[in-house]
Design a binder for this molecule. Structure first.
Ligand code: 5GP
Ligand code: ZN
Length: 114
């Protein structure tokens, strides 16, 4: 995916503030944070959105969610809590067409979102 900004970040072609990575997933800080901690968790493989998840490509979703408790403990927000968000498609507010989960923490988050 030559023109996908998150593929370029996953490939190291665009710099990012990386918090964790392994062969399947990358966690980095959002450029425009909406909370004191705002991480983006992405599969390294290009999946456009949650709408394209299948039995063939969904293993990475478990890997992403299995990583979250460790991240929360390492960064110190496991006890206070946090929010995991996926925006899908236009009405969902998705602006980058590479599947990602927002992990927000460090302040009391309002519900429902706008
Ligand atoms: P979406 O609106 O698609 O759910 O979220 C996309 C997120 O990616 C936004 O929160 C935006 O701030 C973030 N973002 C967009 N471009 C970049 C970038 O080049 N680097 C980083 N670190 N975050 C980005
Ligand atoms: Zn991509």
């Amino acid at each position: 995916m030559m023109d996908c900004i998150f593929c370029k970040i996953a490939a190291g072609e665009i710099p990012s503030d990386i918090v964790y990575q392994d062969e399947d997933l990358l966690v980095f800080r959002d450029l425009n944070p909406q909370a004191p901690v705002h991480l983006l968790l992405i599969p390294k493989a290009h999946i456009p959105s949650a709408n394209q998840l299948t039995t063939e490509n969904s293993d990475v979703i478990a890997k992403i969610f299995e990583r979250i408790p460790a991240l929360a403990e390492e960064l110190g927000f496991d006890k206070a809590g946090y929010r995991i968000v996926n925006n899908c498609g236009e009405d969902g507010g998705q602006t980058v067409s590479h599947l990602h989960f927002h992990l927000l923490a460090g302040r009391s988050l309002q519900w429902p979102p706008g």
